[in-house]
Design a protein around this ligand. Structure first.
Ligand SMILES: [Mn+2]
Length: 410
């Protein structure tokens, strides 16, 4: 069987910016590759959407993506059997079989339905969370085991509790959406509770979403791949060195191949080190570097420039206005300059905070972080499911929160 594997489409990413259609365009390319390579099955390792409650615009794009798959005429439509504990359900999709897990971006606590449950009901895919799906095609049996993305701190316990076991007489693939200790750069703020050693053995392939740069590990008894995202969202250095794309796993030969997206936006990443530099020197070097990077660029790339090292005494990064440079090059590239010099005065901290808040996170995500952080300093920590309570509060469901908290107390 030819099994296509993709992850992290992040539909809805960059809404309201110049990049707002990029997630859709590149996910569409990924699905066109799936058809071109005549895959019999598509697996998606989470984060199909960029947010837990997608906008109507994002939903429309998602259904347009599934319409791409419907263009392919199939000789046989295999029945997919989903098994979760004692519950068995059967599915027949209107296009090639798609089996997916939800990612951390789609995560919702148990009082709410997530986007993948909606997609399953709409007949687009079969959604797995601590469950497996079986199908047979051309006399070959495939079992896909999936655990949707959950908060990292609980991930290892959840994996152990679920304890998936490969089935005899079938090809077994495990889908996860978590950070893995070995894959985090040391200066990364992402956390992980699972390491490669914790992953179960006996699976023909283990696929992990969440990490946005593709990679492949062939360990003893474990074959592990990260398909990576189909769009750049995190702007990490590793994303600039590896192309976006999909994997194809030919299960009868155990053969794995990566196919890059043909038209992905280029991502250029560089770091400049300064030593006691003044404002003019910083501006001059940044301008020269931008010019150099953009001179060989194809199309309109994303350019990220990290500024590190030290500034002249008394100077802080807040005193250096780099906006003009961003303006100057805005026709040629999408410029992101990240100044982080070795000085920590108040003004700079404030600027960093503002950037971190506006750049990456929704107000809800920030609110959740704040709640979690504040709770850690009280005796409440771990006394209840913080995410669940937060989501209920966000929906204004105070009665249910009071009910939950008093249940916990008992
Ligand atoms: Mn992701």
């Amino acid at each position: 069987m030819r099994i296509a594997i993709a992850s992290d489409f992040h539909i809805g990413f960059g809404r309201g910016t110049e990049r707002e259609n990029e997630a859709f365009e590149q996910a569409k390319q990924a699905l066109e590759l799936v058809l071109r390579e005549k895959a019999d099955l598509l697996l998606i390792a989470g984060d199909l959407f960029d947010s837990d409650v997608p906008t109507q615009e994002a939903w429309l794009q998602m259904f347009q993506l599934f319409s791409v798959l419907k263009k392919q005429k199939l000789k046989e439509k295999p029945l997919i059997k989903k098994i979760k504990k004692e519950k068995i359900e059967e599915f027949e999709l209107p296009h090639l079989p798609v089996i997916a897990i939800a990612g951390t971006h789609e995560f919702r606590s148990k009082d709410f339905k997530n986007a993948l449950e909606v997609l399953q009901e709409a007949g687009c895919l079969v959604y797995l969370h601590a469950a497996k799906a079986e199908l047979e095609l051309q006399g070959e049996k495939i079992v896909v085991h999936g655990l949707s993305g959950i908060p990292e701190k609980k991930a290892l316990d959840a994996l152990k509790l679920w304890n998936p076991k490969p089935e005899h007489g079938a090809k077994n693939i495990l889908l996860l959406h978590q950070s893995i200790k070995e894959f985090l750069p040391f200066d990364d703020e992402m956390v992980a509770s699972i390491s490669l050693d914790d992953l179960p053995t006996g699976f023909d392939l283990i696929v992990d979403g969440h990490l946005h740069w593709s990679s492949e590990e062939n360990l003893e008894k474990k074959r592990f791949i990260v398909p990576g995202s189909t769009v750049i969202t995190q702007m990490k250095r590793l994303e600039s060195t590896k192309p976006k794309g999909i994997y194809l796993f030919e299960s009868n030969e155990n053969n794995l191949k990566f196919f890059p997206l043909p038209g992905q936006r280029q991502f250029l990443f560089e770091k400049i080190e300064f030593k006691e530099a003044n404002a003019a020197q910083v501006k001059e070097q940044v301008e020269r570097k931008l010019q150099e990077m953009l001179s060989t660029a194809i199309g309109k790339p994303i350019v990220k420039l990290k500024l590190r090292g030290s500034l002249a005494k008394g100077l802080s990064s807040a005193d250096i206005d780099l906006r003009q440079l961003g303006e100057k090059f805005k026709e040629k590239g999408i410029i992101a300059i990240d100044p982080d010099f070795e000085e920590t005065d108040f003004k700079q901290k404030l600027q960093e905070l503002r950037q971190a808040q506006l750049g990456k996170r929704s107000i809800a995500a920030l609110g959740f972080d704040l709640l979690e952080k504040n709770l850690q300093e009280t005796e409440f920590n771990n006394a209840f499911d913080v995410k669940r309570v937060f989501d209920l509060l966000a929906e204004g469901n105070l009665d249910r929160v009071v009910e939950l908290l008093s249940e916990e107390k008992k």
